[in-house]
Design a protein around this ligand. Structure first.
Ligand SMILES: C[S@@+](CC[C@H](N)C(=O)[O-])C[C@H]1O[C@@H](n2cnc3c(N)ncnc32)[C@H](O)[C@@H]1O
Length: 354
């Protein structure tokens, strides 16, 4: 009995030692894995610190590889430009573009100003360029989306209203580029510039400021700059979402303050989300005045009582054309009056280059 106890004791001390060795081994293995993993993380961090361009370069390459607006190019006309609401909204902006560029061109006595073209910033599928060209205005139409430019070129070539001598020139220009002249060369100066329907809402506040300084260089003194930008408060949109008890959507534009850095949204299905910034009239006013080269000549709302541009396809189907015409008339009466000029889907602000 005693011998049996001793051997069992021996056995249990042997197995305890074995267990201890296994546990220690596992602990060492775990430590090796942790050290290896931490080493890899440090190496990764160091490599990105040593080469700061490497990370930005890859994300930049990615953006270039997939311009989300390329995917929108084919459906942009049917979802906005060719809808009843889209046409009524654009007509409101054409009234101002005509006054700024087409009518003043007829009155202008300066030969240099007459010959210099108008710059279309983020032209999309080219409706504004076609409209101005058909009134004998030279337009250089730019966009960063090759898909949009392709569509615009096709529409222009097949449009009988565009005279042969006034075919717009199309150029690829990314508004985030540091020098626009590199893309626009050999054309150096313009007699005016415009950006219609929210091209600027894809730019951050710093990029808008950069654009203002670039336009200061590019536009002749006396030339007009017309910008149509999505505002921070759209009365119709807010009332609709309040009625639907959707507070988040009702005030999503207001959430896009300069500090929060915009709202994440998809411009077309199956594209990655990108940041959209909503701006106030006073922000654009201030940014262009800071260059000391522009004075504000006009402010108004675009799409005050008409449905917002994002709903143009569905609302064009649902709302009777006569009611849409009535709303458009109401817009024309109210849209340049305070406070309504701040409450539209977009606002229009016009500057004169000093
Ligand atoms: C809502 S569409 C407006 C198109 C056109 N201006 C119109 O009135 O229909 C916005 C346009 O901005 C362009 N865009 C977005 N970001 C841009 C950038 N960084 N540089 C140049 N164009 C840009 C898009 O490709 C798109 O064509």
């Amino acid at each position: 009995m005693k011998r049996f106890d001793e051997s069992s004791l021996l056995l249990s001390s042997e197995s305890a030692a074995l267990l201890f060795i296994i546990a220690a081994g596992e602990l060492v293995l775990l430590l090796v894995i942790i050290i290896f993993w931490m080493g890899k993380r440090c190496a990764h961090r160091h490599s990105s610190v040593r080469d700061p361009s490497s990370k930005s370069k890859t994300s930049r390459e990615k953006i270039e590889a997939e311009v989300p607006f390329d995917k929108l190019a084919d459906s942009y006309d049917s979802s906005f430009c060719n809808t009843a609401v889209g046409r009524l909204l654009r007509r409101q902006t054409w009234k101002n573009l005509d006054e700024a560029f087409a009518t003043s061109k007829l009155k202008s006595k300066s030969k240099e100003k007459e010959e210099a073209p108008i710059l279309d910033i983020s032209c999309g599928t080219g409706d504004d360029a076609i409209h101005l060209a058909s009134q004998h205005v030279h337009v250089v139409a730019t966009d960063y989306s090759p898909g949009m430019l392709r569509k615009a070129r096709q529409k222009c070539c097949s449009n009988p209203c565009v005279p042969h001598d006034y075919q717009p020139t199309f150029k690829e220009l990314d508004l985030r580029d540091s020098h626009y002249n590199i893309s626009l060369d050999p054309i150096h100066k313009f007699s005016g510039a415009y950006c219609n329907f929210g091209g600027l809402n894809n730019l951050s506040p710093e990029e808008i400021s950069h654009l203002a300084y670039e336009l200061l260089e590019l536009v002749h003194p006396g030339g007009k700059v017309v910008l149509v930008v999505m505002g921070r408060f759209c009365l119709v949109e807010t009332l609709y979402y309040l009625w639907k008890c959707n507070l988040k959507r009702a005030f999503r534009r207001l959430r896009s303050t300069q500090k929060s850095g915009g709202v994440s949204a998809r411009v077309a299905p199956n594209t990655k989300k990108q940041t959209i910034y909503f701006y106030s009239l006073s922000f654009l006013d201030r940014t262009f005045h800071n260059t000391r080269g522009f004075r504000t000549v006009k402010k108004r709302a675009i799409g005050l009582t008409l449905p917002p541009s994002l709903w143009s396809r569905s609302s064009s189907k649902r709302i009777h054309p006569c009611l849409l015409l009535l709303l458009s008339w109401l817009d024309s009466v109210l849209s340049d009056r305070w406070p309504f000029l701040h409450f539209g889907d977009h606002f229009l602000i016009e500057f004169e280059r000093l």
